[in-house]
Design a protein around this ligand. Structure first.
Ligand code: NAD
Length: 483
């Protein structure tokens, strides 16, 4: 399953070019080389994809298939992905600039998501409910219908799996729109679905300008639900537009997640976890722990270790062994990151490490940014409040538990959060007070197929992963009869 030179649209089980034949370049951000082109869909192409998904849904083959059979097909998708693992990893690294290790971890998870939802599909059941004598009432779960799924570029295949796997398990049909920067593995997944036995039209993939076809999808009367992952501002636009047709909406949006290091933590673990929390995936992570709060009594010791270890974070060719941070996604994103670093300095912040684009040698081509640590920051500064979505962490000192909880919550976002402490009482007490969908205690990772993932406040609503998400692709029908 090699990378093709051109990706037409994938509609009704086959590749078709867009109505007007327009294409755009797909670029490797680590080399600036064009690795493929992809079709730029027009509104008529969106109509076609929605029609294919609608027909596949109405024909009943997929939604009416027994859950056990759908589960077998989901497991087959997972096993083909495992067979093509190296090709998928290669395509993901080429297209996103992330390291091989990061791509492997994410694709492994994507595979496990299909396996998880295969198992979950066969647990679907309704209830018999209490009603007055003479009545009989049962509820059944039914698929929501045609789902428009719009995803970002930071975890291309994993985000596709987070969306497609539960939708398929529920019996929905899908029009998936990957980000224009990273369409390749979404197309690969669609091919794999077909090969595994998913009927034509159940999984369709379209590419094109997010600001043109995105709103069109969001307002499309043929789509029953929009599941979106991306920026908070885009999410707001989607919610407004989706209201015209009262679509079901789930939004997984941005974050500015706090990482709180208490004085009773295991220092080494907290340092390592804090490095991973911000520099994993080159900081292009929605739950990146980008606000680091360190207790004043251990601040100097922590920072000495943190800075020393940050200096050993290797940036470079994402295919090379020993590299920790690959490229950032684009020139414009590199500029956004650099703009925030300059703004931090204007606001009075002090660059403690990095703060620039690396130069020379392998960095002459591609889009890069140094791991960056900024001190002398207060929580009200823009760099502490706005999502940078790059390898930039701001560090703040605190003295009281109550004070750090207040600061951690003082943000419009509420996606991730992380606490480092050996005091279990404190861990649970602080977890209960943090207004965020995810709290990590003494570990820097949070996403497993069975754990609900999503945000409070302006980080969105609805959840990804876990059984909870399966329910969000279902409607509940209540059947009442008089007997
Ligand atoms: P983005 O909002 O720019 O784009 C996301 C997707 O939406 C793309 O496919 C894009 O083409 C499309 N799009 C753009 N404008 C649209 C519109 N008006 N209507 C409909 N669709 C539109 O986000 P991005 O830059 O691709 O991704 C980064 C963002 O994603 C960050 O804010 C990050 O925090 C967030 N994210 C969140 C999660 C989560 O689970 N909460 C996970 C990963 C990324």
């Amino acid at each position: 399953m090699k990378v093709k030179s051109h990706y037409p649209l994938f509609i009704n089980g086959e590749y078709v070019d867009s109505k007007n034949g327009e294409r755009f370049d797909v670029v490797n951000p680590a080399t600036e080389e064009v690795i493929a082109t992809a079709a730029k869909a027009a509104k008529e192409d969106v109509d076609k994809a929605v029609q294919a998904a609608r027909t596949a849904f109405e024909s009943g083959k997929w939604p009416k298939m027994t859950a056990a059979k759908r589960a077998r097909i989901l497991n087959k998708i997972a096993s083909i992905m495992r067979e093509r693992f190296d090709d998928l990893v290669n395509a993901e690294v080429l297209n996103s600039g992330k390291t091989v290790d990061a791509a492997k971890g994410q694709i492994n998870q994507a595979i496990e998501d299909f396996e998880f939802y295969a198992a979950a599909a066969i647990t679907l059941q309704g209830d018999v409910n209490q009603v007055p004598n003479g009545f009989f009432n049962y509820t059944v779960k039914e698929p929501v219908g045609v789902c428009g799924q719009i995803i970002p570029w930071n975890y291309p295949l994993m985000m596709a799996a987070w969306k497609v796997a539960p939708a398929l398990a529920a019996g929905c049909t899908v029009v998936l729109k990957p980000a224009s920067y990273t369409p390749i593995t979404a197309y690969m997944l669609a091919e794999i679905c077909l090969e595994a036995g998913v009927p034509n039209g159940v999984v369709n993939v379209i590419t094109g300008s997010g600001s043109e076809i995105g709103p069109y999808m969001t307002q499309h009367p043929g789509i029953d639900k929009v599941a979106f992952t991306g920026e908070t501002e885009t999410g707001k636009d989607i919610m407004k537009r989706a209201s015209d047709t009262l679509k079901r909406v789930t939004l997984e949006l941005g974050g500015k997640s706090p990482n709180i290091v208490f004085d009773d933590c295991d220092l080494e673990e907290a340092v390592n976890g804090s490095l991973f929390g911000i520099f994993y995936n080159t900081g292009q992570s929605c739950e990146a722990r980008s606000r680091l709060f360190v207790h004043e009594s251990i601040y100097d010791e922590f920072m000495e270790m943190f800075l020393e270890k940050a200096s050993r974070v290797r940036v470079g060719d994402p295919f090379a062994k020993g590299v920790h941070m690959g490229a950032v996604i684009s020139k414009s994103h590199q500029d956004v990151i650099d703009g925030y670093v300059k703004l931090a300095v204007e606001e009075g912040g002090e660059i403690l490490y990095g703060g620039k684009v690396p130069e020379g040698g392998e960095f002459r081509k591609g889009y890069w940014y140094m791991p960056t640590i900024i001190g002398n920051v207060t929580n009200d500064m823009r760099v502490a409040q706005e999502e940078i979505f790059g390898p930039v962490v701001v560090v703040m000192k605190f003295s009281e538990e109550e004070e750090v909880i207040r600061q951690a919550n003082d943000t419009i976002f509420g996606l991730g959060s992380c606490i480092w402490t050996k005091d279990h009482g404190r861990a649970h007490r602080v977890s209960s007070r943090i207004r965020a969908g995810i709290v990590m205690v003494n570990c820097p990772i949070s996403a497993f197929p069975g754990t609900p993932f999503g945000g409070y406040k302006q980080s969105g609503f609805g959840r990804e992963l876990a059984l909870e998400t399966l329910n969000l692709y279902m409607e509940t029908k209540s059947v009442v009869s008089y007997v």
